[in-house]
Write a protein that binds this ligand. Structure first.
Ligand SMILES: [Zn+2]
Length: 229
C-alpha cells in the first residue's frame, strides 16, 4: 500500500513524497495492523525520511519509527521512498512446554534473551546465547535424570556430558549436533561452513521437543503402572 505524505526538514522546508510501502505488522505487538502516521520528518542531508507511526490496536497503541530511503523513481510528481527499517522492535518470546520450564527455567530465560538479540540484529551474539542455553538445557535435564550425579554433570564439558549422561538417542543426536554448531558460534574458525545460526536454533528446538517427549513419556509410565489390564 502506498501513502502520499509531506515530510518536513528541521529548517521548516517541506517536500511531498510517496511512500512505496507502509508497515503492515506492528514491530511492538506483532499484530497485523494499518498503523496511523503521526509525524513525518525529512533528514535532507542524509537522504532519509523517518515516519512515526502509531499502532491502532487497542491493546498496543505504541509508537514506532519507520525509516525510508529514496528509490530513485517518481510517480505523480512525487519522489518515491522505500521502507528500510523499523524501530524499536520487540522480540516475540518463545513459549516452551511445561516440562522444559520445570526442568530448566534458566534455559528458557537464556533462549529468549538470544531471541531478543536476534530481533535487535545483534547477530554475533545470537549463536553464543543459543550455545549457552543448550548447555543449561542439557545439564539440567541430565541432572534431573541422574540426581545423584549432579555435581559431576555440572563440572563436565557439554560434549562429554551429552555422551555420558544423555541416554535417549534422539535427544543425544540432536544435542550433539547443536553443540557442534554452538562451538562454531564461539570459536574463531567454523567447522560446519554450510550451516549457520538458524540451523543451531532449529537443533536446539528439536532437542527441546525430544526432551519434552522423554519427560512426558516418563511421567505417564510412572503414573499408570498398575492399569489392572
Ligand atoms: Zn502494536
Amino acid at each position: 500500500m502506498k501513502l502520499d505524505v509531506q515530510v518536513k526538514d528541521l529548517g521548516g522546508g517541506h517536500e511531498d513524497i510517496r511512500l512505496a510501502d507502509i508497515p503492515d505488522i506492528c514491530p511492538r505487538c506483532h499484530r497485523s495492523v494499518h498503523p496511523k502516521h503521526v509525524c513525518m520528518s525529512l533528514l535532507r542531508e542524509r537522504r532519509l525520511c523517518q515516519i512515526a507511526f502509531r499502532c491502532i490496536h487497542q491493546k498496543c497503541q505504541e509508537l514506532f519509527v519507520a525509516t525510508y530511503q529514496p528509490l530513485n523513481s517518481s510517480s505523480a510528481g512525487r519522489n518515491e521512498y522505500g521502507l528500510t527499517g523499523l524501530a524499536p522492535l520487540s522480540a516475540r518470546q518463545t513459549e516452551f512446554p511445561e516440562t522444559i520450564q520445570d526442568v530448566s527455567p534458566t534455559f528458557v530465560d537464556i533462549f529468549n534473551q538470544a531471541v531478543v538479540a536476534e530481533s535487535q540484529d545483534l547477530t554475533q551474539l545470537v549463536g553464543i546465547g543459543l550455545r549457552k542455553s543448550l548447555e543449561f538445557l542439557i545439564k539440567d535435564f541430565a541432572s534431573s535424570e541422574h540426581p545423584d550425579q549432579e555435581a559431576q554433570i555440572r563440572a563436565t564439558q557439554l560434549g562429554s556430558c551429552i555422551s555420558q549422561f544423555v541416554s535417549d538417542t534422539n535427544v543425544k543426536e540432536c544435542a550433539k549436533r547443536a553443540a557442534w554448531l554452538g562451538n562454531d558460534e564461539t570459536h574463531y574458525t567454523r567447522k560446519w561452513e554450510s550451516k549457520d545460526v538458524s540451523d543451531l536454533k532449529l537443533l536446539v528446538k528439536l532437542t527441546v521437543n525430544w526432551i519434552d517427549n522423554v519427560l512426558l513419556t516418563k511421567k505417564y509410565v510412572a503414573e499408570m503402572q498398575a492399569s489392572g489390564a
